[in-house]
Design a binder for this molecule. Sequence first.
Ligand code: NAP
Length: 523
Amino acid sequence: MENLRSYLGGRWIDGSGDRVDLFNPATEEVVAGLLPDGLDYGAALAFARTHGGPSLRAMSFAQRGAMLKSLAGALHAKRDELLDIATLNGGNTRSDAKFDVDGAIGTLTFYAELGASLGDGRWLLDGPTVSLGRSSKVTAQHVLTPRLGAAVHINAFNFPAWGLAEKAAVALLAGVPVLARPAPATAWLAARVMELFLASGALPEGALSLAVGAPGDLLDHLGAQDVFAFTGSGKTGALLRARPNLLASGTHVNVEADSLNGAVLGPDVERGGDTWTLMVSDLVRDITQKAGQKCTAIRRVLVPRERLDELQEDVLDRLSVVRTGDPRIEGVTMGPVATAAQLDHVVGGLQRLIASGARAVAGGAARVDGEGVAGAKGYFVAPTLLRVDDAATGDLVHSLEVFGPSATLVPYATAAEAVALLARGGGGLVTTVYSEDRAFAAEVVMGTAPFHGRVAAVNAKVAGAWIGPGAVLPQLVHGGPGHAGGGEELGGARALGLYLQRTAIQGYGPLVEHITAGGSRVG
Ligand code: NAP
């Protein structure tokens, strides 16, 4: 049995208080535990600021990139062990686990390469030198320098490896130390990742800390030079971002929250063609991968009214072969949801959607038994497809995210109506338009862009090269307005901005040039 510890102030700490158990969600067996209290966050953050910050800021982007490369290598060397933990404590199938662990390695590697390309600078030049006036006597140059505080990262339970690595990669490359706090329920994987990071020897003292325990007064210690990045539900995000000390000190805050992601089937798409098949595959993948516990999973499927039955039939066909059970069993393609609380959330959410007028055409609002698990144990839900026949039915399908293996078919008539329905989500992470019709795709993509952080336009031409809308890529912005939290992370060098202060340096041209000569330029 694993006893998880925190790594704060440069040492491993046991915590105190009543033990919190971590479970295998397929069997409900206890697999690990932690003591949640007694963590001195004030001292831990002070240590990060005084030790980690100066060391990171003294390193060039290339050196920080090399550090990230070592961290990626450390995970790669123990990949199988990490995949096993994701299965035991997260209920992940092998392929779900790879999505998390390989996502962590891939994002660290991407930012390692970005660091190498930024070279010897320790801060960034932002845009060209600007002449102020007719001559070049007075000029200005925007620069981006690392904040002198620490970054606190609060992560959700669904991606313990990727969630830790993707946020840390960006902050560390920017030159800012991190204190990461994974969700306790699945923290075993994050704790093991932390051990491997430390064993790599690549991290300067104080650069990365890990808190496995209660959040306590963690956020009370943040001030003007610190950063707070949160991933989780919109409700918690709204509560935390409104903390008086964060507001009063203007702490940089980034919130990644929930989202009613859309998929729109174009009226031109032929049943059984490549574009149709692409959409069906994406939808089935998003319902079943990680048992639907992906912030980017398709939740609302907008379908021309007259095509609803056909699409439903083909999706049900594919869902009928999904095997839900203990992910360690050969042939099982969908595991349980991660916790007992998640099971309650999913069943309760589906009940509410059904009460609001949606009907279940596959699965339903109930726990089911999982293959290979005896004694009615495990947090299993069947892959569930809901349908509303009237797009005007309630608001719930456009506002309630059921964070589990579920999506809802919604009819629409015109491109304008599809855009209006997507807008009812109040802001989301990603929507995908499946169509060969360029005019339709352009109208929906540009119509819905103000409501999303990412919009995909795909057709038969990308078959074979398309990995689906659920994969968050480090090159592209991740986040979304409104309901999705209003945050932005990843997106290549753009993401560094959260951890850097933009300053316009203006004055005598040659002096400005001399002062800013050491910065790295993006691109
Ligand atoms: P949650 O309840 O909001 O929790 C998220 C994190 O916040 C957890 O680590 C949680 O710890 C912590 N937390 C809760 N209350 C806190 C408080 N008062 N002070 C400090 N930390 C606190 O969300 P969840 O249900 O675990 O996660 C699923 C949600 O996350 C879904 O809605 C999903 O869409 C969203 N999500 C979004 C993204 C994205 O990138 N946009 C990615 C993944 C997931 P405890 O577990 O100890 O409460």
